[in-house]
Ligand binder design. Sequence first.
Ligand SMILES: NC(=O)c1ccc[n+]([C@@H]2O[C@H](COP(=O)([O-])OP(=O)(O)OC[C@H]3O[C@@H](n4cnc5c(N)ncnc54)[C@H](OP(=O)(O)O)[C@@H]3O)[C@@H](O)[C@H]2O)c1
Length: 249
Amino acid sequence: MSTLNVLVIGGSGGIGAELIRQYQLWSAATGQPTQIYATYHNHEPRAESGVNWLHLDLRSTESIALMGEQLQQLQQTQQIQALDHWICCSGYLHGEFGEPEKAMKSLHGEKLLGDFAVNSIGPLLMLQSSLGLLKKSPLAKAAFLSAQVGSIEDNRSGGWYGYRMSKAALNMGIRCAAIECARWRQPPIIVALHPGTTLSGLSQPFTARRSPAPQSAHACAQDLFALINRLTLEHNGQFLRLNGEVIPW
Ligand SMILES: NC(=O)c1ccc[n+]([C@@H]2O[C@H](COP(=O)([O-])OP(=O)(O)OC[C@H]3O[C@@H](n4cnc5c(N)ncnc54)[C@H](OP(=O)(O)O)[C@@H]3O)[C@@H](O)[C@H]2O)c1
């Protein structure tokens, strides 16, 4: 059985960490050899067997370029021959720049630049760095965790300017990549996914008092793992909920 190579960007996050666990459980249950690479930013995970942790700062083009070099080196030294599953679970909603903007008067240029760096530009550049390895897989799957609030058509309540705008920009990048890469000799499946509201550090300020509580990161990762496994070429270029329903862009 050939090894399944997986890269989880944002593997230190709520959903990313649980997704890694899903791959590990599945690998142990089925005997499918699985090699997992994952990135962290501020929260360095404990060195765990089976996960190769790499540091990444999506706000830094140098850090992204270094990651590209590391991936190339892994390929040249034949430590990894292809990337089969590429999942971007990183994202930024609140933090050093405060809470998401409720109104235009709160817009702040530095914050918006940061939102775009982490939520749109960084993930696309990471995909660019991974293309060589994705091309080597007979059926590569690249899934970006986007957000339904990034859907322009679905926006009825406004607010959260930076997050919404940066996820909408991410969605356009995903769609372009899906169209371009469909011309490969072994075309990949590239999709945007909405995980649904999920308990995590990212959602904590907005979900802490919600009743009933939203889904756990564990439940989200179970559905995410199942969806990734049933993706086919027909899904390429779509924006999906974890139950497979299509979301308008
Ligand atoms: N949770 C929800 O309700 C929800 C809803 C819709 C969409 N989403 C999307 O789902 C994805 C995962 O969210 P989550 O809830 O798991 O969030 P989370 O727990 O906050 O995890 C975010 C991840 O992004 C990484 N990250 C943040 N800033 C970064 C940077 N500058 N450079 C590199 N990595 C960075 C974090 O790394 P460190 O922790 O190591 O710093 C962490 O691994 C995000 O794209 C989010 O927008 C989530």
